[in-house]
Design a protein around this ligand. Structure first.
Ligand code: FFO
Ligand code: ATP
Length: 206
């Protein structure tokens, strides 16, 4: 069991600074940059080969991956993160389709009602599109600070032979920073899609 550690103050400052810059982008620009990032992602083999794909609903200026669904191939199914009702700091993934009903979670982010029948274990996903605040050129990710994604995908750290799900950050270029210190619990990203590039970290995944 890992003791709870507060992030160093410089991390908190960086988080706030980038969140502010992101939220200051005019909405039309956010939409345009998000659309370019969707294009970069959906033209990748890592996307076309994935069947079960997690997205997220953007809040407070986060890059918007929702239009990924418009490029869906017939075999693809989409999921959204739901805070575990067991309050263990993990995410569940619930199917997102035309019949999905939503409620607000404690961070005021809409999430599907967690219905077991429509849920999927994190380890059964093929590709997870992840929100983030900052990323660097090695795939280190800084999120909102809840540790939700790191806890949920911690199984990828203990068994390096586990390649799935592939983790793909979704972001504006302004969120790239030169270096983030990787903490012991951090699960690195395999790739990031932004308006300018599709970054792949580490070794080739296919
Ligand atoms: N769109 C989106 N959905 C997501 C995440 C995310 O980062 N973005 N998450 C990624 O993990 C999970 C929710 N985690 C979150 C963690 C903190 C805050 C947040 O707003 N924190 C406040 C301060 C803390 C508080 O209100 O208690 C803040 O940052 O101002 C939001 C979501 C699951 N869903
Ligand atoms: N596998 C884990 N087990 C226990 N605690 C963890 C684990 N992963 C992260 N945490 C805890 O979560 C807290 C927040 O971590 P961090 O600041 O890296 O979150 P984040 O990646 O920014 O958030 P999020 O994934 O929710 O966007 C840390 O204090 C850390 O101790």
């Amino acid at each position: 069991m890992m003791p709870t550690t507060l992030p160093p103050p410089n991390n908190a400052t960086l988080r706030r600074t980038i969140q502010r810059q992101r939220a200051a982008l005019p909405q039309a620009l956010q939409a345009q940059l998000s659309q370019q990032a969707v294009h970069h992602l959906t033209t990748q083999r890592a996307f076309r080969n994935a069947r079960h794909i997690a997205l997220y609903l953007p809040v407070r200026g986060e890059a918007d991956p929702r239009n990924v669904r418009k490029q869906a191939l017939p075999h693809q199914r989409f999921y959204l993160p739901v805070l575990s009702p067991f309050k263990d700091g993990r995410l569940w993934f619930v199917r997102w389709d035309a019949s999905t009903r939503f409620r607000l979670n404690r961070f005021r982010i809409p999430e599907p009602y967690p219905r077991y029948r429509n849920s999927r274990l994190a380890s059964w996903l093929d590709l997870v599109i992840m929100p983030l605040v900052a990323f660097d050129h090695t795939g280190t990710r800084m999120g909102m600070g809840g540790g939700f994604y790191d806890r949920t995908f911690s199984f990828k750290r203990t068994r390096t032979t586990i390649k799935r799900p592939h983790l793909c950050g979704f972001a504006y270029n302004l969120q790239q920073v030169s270096h983030l210190a990787r903490q012991s619990w951090d699960i690195p990203l395999d790739m990031v899609s932004s308006e300018q590039s599709f970054f792949q970290f580490g070794t080739s995944i296919y």
